[in-house]
Design a protein around this ligand. Structure first.
Ligand code: NAD
Length: 362
């Protein structure tokens, strides 16, 4: 019997509510696998500020260091209070702080459109009705967001600002290897996104990705310019399995893909370090507008827990069981408020969690 240590960071807003449902699901998995999850809860975001006047206190980092993975809720307060002492910089301090502390270099964001939820998509009906299931693998710690030098210089008409896009062979190789490894467990296709027609960094990116692709003859490889990819996502998202992207293009395309599903409350994400350590969190924010009302959709948090089982704990069967339960509950017409339309069976956050656990039992 093995023990997996999970740092549980519920955060703010709906974070604690949806986290409670993910814990219920993990408890059920414990029963059927004999694996024990040891939960170590810690404060982050505004909740940590109230106690420590810091968004990411050292005690929380220490808890995370002593664990095998982090299950994160969300942080942040109402948008109109963004400039207050408590909420100012909360996302950057908490999320970038954790990414930096644990060198989380790979961001995995699945975007899945369930055919039963096609109405929520912004896509044309004939496209959305086919559903889609893709995964954006985004490099998270390099590229133009972190490249040096960056800055501003000069005055008047000659004042200028600049950033540097830079990638090393090591950085491109490790994110490409991650994408190809992940594709092996999915539909064996990697589309690598670049701008090799204009940017030298991207010519290099394509060259290194091609080298890695040659080591994975079982995985189909296709390069695509980022402008074309942005368009193809709206015209034919079904063609994609894994989209491999640098930091900036991944930032933009993963949000576009998420928007096409139309439902933030369903989308999980993972940020992975080398080895098996990772942080798992919903793609959405703390949704202060609905906190405490029972309207939050817990599915993104539950699917984040499933990703944790897959990528940090090597528990593929259990991850698939959870995903299957989520699919079944949606197919049976159960909906939280965010995805409800007339004729559906409306349920609260807690009821949705209970239904998913119930199906896991079957
Ligand atoms: P948001 O994602 O919190 O909410 C956007 C809309 O989606 C809201 O109408 C909300 O009710 C809805 N929504 C989001 N998740 C939902 C869920 N699970 N179930 C049902 N509905 C859901 O974005 P926002 O309103 O722009 O930001 C609110 C706060 O969240 C801000 O403080 C922002 O900084 C923070 N934020 C945090 C993260 C994070 O922790 N990773 C990410 C994005 C935003």
């Amino acid at each position: 019997m093995s023990t997996k240590k999970v740092a549980v960071l519920p955060g703010d807003g709906i974070g604690p509510e949806v986290m409670a449902e993910a814990r219920k699901v993990l408890d059920k998995i414990e029963e059927s696998t004999g694996v024990t999850f040891e939960y170590n809860q810690a404060l982050v975001g505004g909740a940590a500020w109230d106690e420590y006047k810091e968004h990411l206190p050292e005690s929380t980092l220490e808890t995370c260091r002593n664990c095998d993975a982090i299950l994160f809720g969300s942080v942040g307060g109402p948008v109109k209070e963004q400039n207050s002492e408590k909420w100012s910089g909360v996302e950057v301090n908490s999320l970038l702080g954790l990414r930096k502390a644990f060198e989380l270099y790979a961001n995995l964001r699945p975007a899945k459109l369930f055919p039963s939820l096609a109405f929520a998509s912004s896509l044309r009906e004939d496209i959305s009705q086919k559903g889609f299931d893709l995964l954006v693998v985004r490099e998270l710690t390099g590229g133009i967001y972190f490249g040096q030098p960056k800055g501003r210089d000069g005055e008047g008409a000659s004042e200028k600002a600049f950033d540097t896009m830079v990638y090393s062979r090591k950085e491109v190789r490790r994110i490409a290897e991650m994408a190809f490894e992940v594709a092996r467990k999915r539909n064996q296709k990697v589309t690598s996104i670049d701008k090799a027609n204009v940017l030298t960094t991207m010519v290099f990116w394509r060259k290194v990705v091609e080298e890695v692709a040659a080591e994975y003859p079982d995985v189909e490889y296709e390069p695509m310019y980022v402008d074309n990819a942005a368009m193809q996502l709206t015209k034919n998202p079904q063609q994609f399995d894994v989209l491999l992207c640098g930091n900036m293009f991944g930032d933009i395309l993963s949000d576009e893909a998420a928007a096409l599903t139309g439902s933030l409350g369903l989308l999980p994400s993972a940020s992975l370090a080398e080895g098996s350590f990772g942080m798992y969190e919903p793609s959405g924010g703390s949704a202060p507008d609905i906190a405490g009302t029972g309207k939050a959709n817990p599915i993104a948090q539950i699917l984040s827990a499933a990703m944790m089982l897959r990528y940090s704990f090597d528990m593929e069967d259990s991850a698939q069981k959870i995903e299957h339960s989520v699919n079944s509950v949606l197919e049976q017409g159960y909906r939280t408020a965010d995805i409800y339309t007339d004729g559906d069976k409306k349920v609260t956050t807690q009821e949705m969690g209970d239904l998913i656990v119930e199906i896991l039992d079957l």
